[in-house]
Design a binder for this molecule. Structure first.
Ligand SMILES: N[C@@H](CCC(=O)N[C@@H](CS)C(=O)NCC(=O)O)C(=O)O
Length: 368
């Protein structure tokens, strides 16, 4: 059997969960293969310039990295059952929630995996080790897993989960989990009976880590069963089914989640944008480093320091550019929503140095 696409990833990988759910929903002719160390060495590093998953390869040999680019590449080839709503508020909200899932719920995802490791050590480490020793013994997988997971464990503190902030990370996550639970008691997906790009973004943290690692999975199942059922629906979708809500409706149940995003995540991304701008002014046409030092941030009422991850600007540019492209006719209703969630200043902020991705490297460059 020839497949149109191969997804190289891992069961325990946050972003693979996002791409996998999307490919299932689109009903594509595809297969998934483990991104073993050989695949990383022979296929991923030569094409992408870094050891990162997931990637997809098309049957004509095109390799695409980054779940957002993977989804957009596939959307262009398979437009039926688009995951992008066509109406303005829903389109904006779906892009915002993709960003929230991909980049902000990443904090509790890493926290609950690595700071509760004793609760699920064998499960997590043997999975990591299995990427190098697919047929190895459990003991050998765990011992290799210890080594392979070291950089990921290190990310947890660098992204801001420290002794100072861990209570804030937990309280913010639990509040969001409760709010999502109220939402999914009423709706199958974020915006109706069809998953949107925001559902796929949320699936990244809410499956492989928070809905699959034993400790946070049990927490989700007991505290937010409707969220757990959504995770199951996302993993077993009826391809191309469902519709977005009529009349560009944004369910009331999403408002508190969007407010948290505006309170916590968007101030952080504005600081990143300012730092990137300084760097790009000083280094015209340079490859913007993935990280530019550290900055203050607040989560769940606790303040700490976290990395300045330049990629977050690129992700924020998606909803931001969409908002900027709106005609004056449609702006008032979108502005009313942004006022309600406290988002207006962020979308009216002027981004002077827009970032784009460049094939073969993770470092972003300024759009010319
Ligand atoms: N934004 C990327 C993130 C991919 C990513 O961070 N993948 C993790 C595993 S789930 C990884 O391989 N990280 C290695 C790194 O960041 O250097 C995407 O959407 O695909």
């Amino acid at each position: 059997m020839t497949y149109d696409y191969t997804l190289y990833g891992a069961d325990f990988s946050l972003y693979t969960g996002k791409a996998r759910a999307y490919m299932r929903y689109k009903g594509l002719n595809w297969q998934e293969k483990k991104a073993t160390l050989d695949v990383v060495r022979d296929k991923i590093i030569p094409n992408v310039g870094a050891a990162i998953i997931p990637v997809i390869e098309s049957k004509d040999g095109q390799v695409v990295q980054d779940t957002t680019d993977i989804i957009d590449y596939l959307e262009a080839r398979h437009p039926q059952g688009s995951v992008y709503p066509s109406t303005p508020k829903q389109h904006l909200v779906s892009l915002m929630l993709e960003f929230f899932g991909d980049e902000w719920l990443f904090l509790p995802a890493m926290h609950y995996r690595w700071n509760y490791l004793e609760e699920h050590k064998e499960f997590v480490l043997s999975a990591f080790g299995g990427m190098g020793l697919p047929n190895g013994s459990l003991e050998n997988k765990i011992s290799l897993g210890e080594k392979l997971c070291a950089p990921f464990r290190g990310f947890t503190k660098r992204m801001g989960v420290t002794e100072e902030t861990r209570d804030g990370v937990e309280s913010s996550y639990l509040a969001t989990l409760d709010q999502l639970n109220s939402h999914f008691e009423k709706y199958d997906f974020l915006l109706g009976s069809r998953p949107c790009i925001g559902d796929f973004g949320l699936m990244a943290p809410l499956y492989a880590h928070l809905g699959r690692d034993p400790y946070p999975k049990a927490l989700m199942q007991s505290r937010a069963p409707a969220v757990y059922r959504w995770v199951e629906r996302m993993n077993n979708p009826k391809p191309l089914s469902g519709e977005f809500l009529l009349n560009d409706e944004i369910p009331e149940t999403l408002i508190p989640i969007l407010q948290t995003q505006c309170d916590e995540q968007l101030p952080d991304v504005l600081k990143v944008i300012k730092k990137s701008a300084v760097w790009l002014k000083e280094n015209p046409a340079g490859n913007l480093p993935r990280f530019l030092g550290n900055q203050d941030f607040t989560v769940g009422g606790k303040s700490g320091r976290r990395w300045v991850s330049t990629y977050t600007q690129w992700m924020f540019q998606r909803p931001w550019s969409f908002y900027q492209s709106l005609q004056s006719k449609t702006r008032p209703e979108v502005d009313a929503l942004l006022n309600e969630i406290g988002g207006k200043i962020f979308f009216n902020f002027k981004i002077e140095h827009s970032l784009v991705r460049k094939p073969g490297q993770l470092e972003l460059v300024e759009e010319v």
